[in-house]
Design a protein around this ligand. Sequence first.
Ligand SMILES: Cc1ncc(COP(=O)(O)O)c(C=O)c1O
Length: 370
Amino acid sequence: MAEKKLFVTQPNLPPLDEFIPYLEDIWQSRVLTNGGPMHQRLEQSLCEYLGVDHLALFNNGTIALLVALQALRITGEVITTPYSFVATAHSLLWRGIKPVFVDIDPLSMNLDPALIEAAITPHTTAIMPVHCYGNPCDVEQIQRIADTYNLRVIYDAAHAFGVRDAGGSVLRHGDLSVLSFHATKVFNTFEGGAIICPDAQTKQRIDQLKNFGITDEVSVVAPGINGKMNEISAAFGLLQLEYIEQSMAARRQIDTWYRVGLAGIPGIRCAQVFAGGKANYSYFPVLVDPQYSLKRDELYALLKSNEIYARRYFFPLISEFSMYQGMPSAHRGNLPHATQVSARVLCLPIYPDLTEADVERVVEVIRRAA
Ligand SMILES: Cc1ncc(COP(=O)(O)O)c(C=O)c1O
């Protein structure tokens, strides 16, 4: 019998029959988008669940990043990480901003605050760190630097849905935080995203910018974009939210199965999980060190031949794509830790429906080759 294919992730889908009443409501209202009732309900429910005061929904995380940069009028140069999904730096290019890459801390895999100051120039206006894999950045150090040099901080929090540190939601840090609700994320609305706003005034400006810059029937105050979330996505988010705790608990269990199963395999190192609050277990990255019998790409291929589709997140580094490669900060010598982690990392399957037997199957392939 052909083995079940195990993908790095699989979207969490609530029972279809539970979604029908939401669709009936939409058909009844005939409001399909433009901040309709589902949109309003989801904004409120997410604020409550995440523990934040103001949030603006978007049609995806990338447009939300663009609008966050526009809302804060960021220009010039922005310090960011090369170890992320390409949308992080692309959002800067779309706004005509120059990304300046700074290396990561090899343990947290987040921007290393100790290296930020050296990258600041008279053109620097902001820092865009990523809470990679949902592990919080060193938010205090980053804020200290931002305060000293009068910089803004926009967190790409695409991976950090539901993550809490000792003081509450990790999304409260910085000037703005941006979420993605893409199908592959812990919480999804098929496509979607959000900006966490510090106050009602900022939310109002962001809401205008995501609706073409329109303020009333006859006024357009800025070159805004179409960033609105539609009613079907918002309704799906409402239903999805009812299952989020269950889904996080399943992920947590899978994380434990992997850690127990992989313990003691020479050269396989599980990335550290954030311990200072509530993690979301959005990814399960391992590092394939030289003591392991296979190189990372060989293990990737071996898993694939066993119908296990791990992913090399994040390889190549953003700084290695042609549109960034020529920038001085993109030079590998400037990014030794990111370069090394990127060459060794492999994200193993993790999603709520993965069974203990599935995890054992993945672990067995890795163990047998050791
Ligand atoms: C770190 C990071 N930033 C930005 C994005 C872009 O989000 P979206 O796909 O919702 O546009 C993603 C994921 O897709 C991501 O992983």
